[in-house]
Design a protein around this ligand. Structure first.
Ligand code: RIB
Ligand code: CA
Length: 311
């Protein structure tokens, strides 16, 4: 049976690759909706970017609705990441303006409606940006929780952060939303920097993507070959968000353990830190499966194989 999913996203180049991988996996994933949130760039731009990426997939993708969501975190002012992803959030993709429109209605209402309407086996929520939309949905309509099969999120860090020394970007931007999600009681898979920084495509793999001869391949190649800003700790572009879709498709390529995870909501230098009790020292009930490793070469090879199915 296909897994029903909603991708909540702040495109961002790695979000774009994750979305394209999901569109290329409709035999396994029933992509019910794309919901956008402010993160890498403001929500108007993340929404336009989600539409630009969907347009790449042609008629096949057009049936997946895109809903615009929260314009900023629950409490803190919005912080964006143009210094990483470029002014429009998709530097290198060289995509035209959207040829389609977002579906009317707020993303949070769409998440609630889709969960409420889903059959008992539920919907998997795949947040790839700040967790604002999910937190609002949980607070507005806690009745949807039994219909949330699992939450597979990109966020957090076992080690150093990337937005601050303490915090990964998605959790840093909206730690209050993260605290609500980590406390929601549903099965959570946390795909954080501890594993996503292992997912950097080799030059050979990037060349193979460019050689696909497709619009999607050209866009991804452009994004992965643009110069990466300094000070981010890697010369290659980590495929943070595709690891979420990769986990859904090929969990056997990943490993980790159940841990208690807590998000720091203070305003000090630890804001957005995910404290991961990797050794169970706090004796707190685990609330997330924390992914710590990936077979990166196999992930990219399988991803490239799926991307060949896109126009
Ligand atoms: O820290 C990396 C995460 O923040 C990725 O999801 C990236 O797209 C940004 O949202
Ligand atoms: Ca993202």
């Amino acid at each position: 049976m296909r897994e029903a999913i909603i991708i909540d996203t702040d495109p961002g180049q790695d979000d774009a690759v994750a979305l394209l991988l999901a569109f290329a996996s409709r035999d396994r994933l029933d992509l019910r909706a794309i919901t956008t949130v402010a993160g890498n760039v403001p929500v108007g731009q993340t929404t336009a970017n989600a539409l630009r990426i969907r347009d790449l997939t042609g008629a096949e993708g057009a049936s997946v609705p895109v809903y615009a969501g929260a314009g900023g975190p629950l409490l803190f002012p919005l912080e964006t990441a143009e210094f990483v992803c470029g002014p429009d959030g998709l530097a290198g993709a060289d995509l035209p303006a959207p040829a389609s429109e977002a579906t009317p209605g707020h993303a949070v209402e769409a998440i609630i409606a889709i969960c409420r309407a889903s059959p008992d086996h539920g919907v998997t929520l795949c947040p790839l940006g700040p967790l604002t939309n999910l937190a609002l949905a949980i607070r507005l309509a806690p009745d949807i929780l039994p219909k949330v099969k699992r939450i597979v999120l990109m966020g957090g860090a076992l080690g150093l952060g990337n937005m601050t020394p303490a915090a990964e970007f998605n959790i840093h931007v909206d730690p209050h939303a993260a605290a609500i999600v980590f406390d929601c009681g549903r099965p959570i898979v946390m795909v954080g920097l501890g594993v996503t920084l292992q997912a950097i495509a080799s030059h050979e793999q990037v060349a193979r993507i460019g050689g696909l001869g497709t619009a999607a391949g050209r866009a991804i190649h452009g994004m992965l070959t643009r110069p990466r800003p300094g000070g981010l700790g890697t010369s290659g572009h980590p495929m943070h968000d595709p690891c979420v879709i990769g986990f859904l498709l090929w969990p056997e390529l990943f490993s980790g353990r159940d841990c208690h995870v807590e998000a720091e909501t203070g305003t000090g230098p630890l804001r957005g830190r995910t404290t991961i009790d990797w050794h169970g020292r706090l004796r707190r009930e685990p609330n997330a499966y924390v992914v710590s490793s990936v077979e990166a070469a196999a992930l990219f090879n399988r991803m490239i194989e799926r991307l060949t199915t896109l126009p």
